[in-house]
Design a protein around this ligand. Structure first.
Ligand code: 0L1
Ligand code: MG
Length: 262
């Protein structure tokens, strides 16, 4: 089934209000069990349009559910994409305001910045590798708007893949100076190691996530413009955080990203 435009708009408003008011809601497929994949992305794109119409900028794109650890954790089998609004971005050492969020979790990720347009279908790894300028350590703070993180894939796509904040830091390196596949990460919460992983956890290679993003966007006749900041997906499972927690993620040869939850 395809939802009509009025329903798409009202579901986008419903989910964006849940984000802005830090109020959880029930998954939208409870009321719209027949909505399809296009409906789900239409709602996400409508949330994006709403934010841009109020003057927000899109700071980048992200892929979600790209590691086996994440897919298993959430009981799903397909990666998804979403957008990052400008106010989601925080600097290294940030104090993350937990009152603005519902039930945040952190994921260690690696982000890349592109230097040319990437367009699918048929985008492949060589296209992506030659289009990445920089690699940036980045930690994502996800915050599903759905009660107790209980959702299905269509509901979570509509909810902009739980995007809420991200923290960048450490060293920015050129792609030729980093082996994305073997890049090791160690996540510490309150001084204790809680997760470890390597870049290969992301679809075998974090650049494969960008390949998938270009090919998924092509289904809507969209591309990845040159200069796009892309979070490639969680290398580790997501870790629950609450007020008072301190998180540091150490990246092999790329320094650390830290934040506290206040
Ligand atoms: O960035 C992610 O991998 C999150 C995707 C959405 C699912 C979730 O909230 O865990
Ligand atoms: Mg993520």
């Amino acid at each position: 089934m395809s939802l009509d435009q009025k329903t798409i708009e009202s579901l986008a408003e419903h989910l964006e209000n849940a984000e802005l008011q830090a109020q959880d809601v029930l998954k939208i497929t409870d009321d719209y069990p027949d909505m399809d994949w296009k409906d789900a992305y239409d709602i996400q794109w409508e949330i994006r349009r709403r934010k841009e119409s109020r003057g927000h900028r899109v700071a980048g794109l992200k892929m979600g559910l790209t590691s086996w650890a994440k897919m298993k954790q959430m009981g799903v089998e397909t990666p998804i994409y979403a957008f990052l609004a400008d106010y989601f971005g925080l600097p290294d050492g940030a104090e993350v305001k937990t009152d603005e969020l519902i039930h945040p979790k952190v994921e260690a990720e690696v982000a890349v910045v592109t230097n040319k347009t990437l367009r699918g279908p048929g985008c492949h790894l060589a296209d992506v590798m030659s289009a990445i300028d920089y690699v940036i350590p980045a930690v994502e703070i996800i915050d599903s708007r759905y009660r107790d993180f209980k959702f299905d894939l269509k509901s979570v796509i509509a909810d902009n893949a739980s995007s809420s904040r991200f923290v960048t830091g450490g060293c920015v390196k050129r792609i030729e100076d980093v082996d994305l596949k073997t890049l090791g990460v160690v996540m510490e919460k309150n001084g204790k190691v809680v997760e470890v992983g390597a870049g290969a956890a992301v679809l075998g290679h974090p650049a494969a996530s960008v390949v998938m993003l270009a090919n998924m966007l092509a289904e809507r006749d969209e591309d990845i413009p040159a200069g796009t900041f892309i979070m490639t997906g969680g290398i580790t499972a997501a870790v629950t955080v609450e007020k008072g927690d301190a998180v540091t993620v150490r990246y092999q040869d790329l320094g650390c990203v830290s934040m506290t939850f206040v």
